[in-house]
Design a protein around this ligand. Structure first.
Ligand code: SF4
Ligand code: SF4
Length: 167
């Protein structure tokens, strides 16, 4: 595996992500490129999986997910601990946009709401916009909460020992 790190966030603002004031079911008939900033932010399910380091095989292009999280990831809240200023500490953190999603699809989590909407699929029952609570993404076992170790304590050469299946 190469050591290329792949991670990004569509929206990981403070907890909870503001989801009020958006039209019910808007993601079913609003293209990502037409969403307002609020609609875009509300789409993030808070799973945190995009904050986990991935390893990309430089020869095959195969991407493996690890449980080694970005140094700013808070495993307890499943949020970025310094979202507004994160680029000061993690300049490689990617801000997803409607335009850039196609180039990131190869590594975005299978359950990522931006992937689902991009592919014309509906959100899952546990998405906070559907369930009405941010807890369901954790209850359904599809988030990174309680799963991670920090990159601050796992040297990069050992990341291969922490490869996991996507929850
Ligand atoms: S992977 Fe999860 S936390 Fe990351 S942008 Fe997608 S929905 Fe949000
Ligand atoms: S800086 Fe790290 S924890 Fe924060 S959003 Fe980016 S990848 Fe996630």
């Amino acid at each position: 595996m190469s050591d290329r790190r792949l991670r990004a966030t569509g929206a990981q603002a403070n907890d909870p992500i503001p989801r009020d004031g958006v039209r019910e079911g808007y993601w079913r008939d609003t293209p990502l490129s037409k969403m307002s900033d609020r609609e875009w932010e509300a789409l993030c399910d808070g799973c945190g999986k995009c904050c986990l380091n991935k390893l990309e095989d430089s020869e095959t292009g195969e991407v493996a997910l690890t449980r080694v999280a970005c140094k700013l990831f808070d495993d307890g809240t499943c949020r970025c601990s310094s979202y507004p200023t994160r680029h000061r500490y993690v300049p490689e953190c990617i801000q997803l946009t409607a335009e850039s999603i196609p180039e990131h699809l190869y590594w975005l989590p299978q359950t990522c709401a931006y992937r689902l909407v991009h592919e014309g699929r509906d959100l899952h029952y546990w998405h906070p916009l559907v369930s009405g609570t941010p807890e369901t993404v954790h209850d359904a076992g599809v988030s990174a909460r309680g799963l991670t170790v920090s990159e601050l304590v796992v040297p990069e050469e050992d990341w291969e020992d922490h490869i996991i299946e996507e929850p």
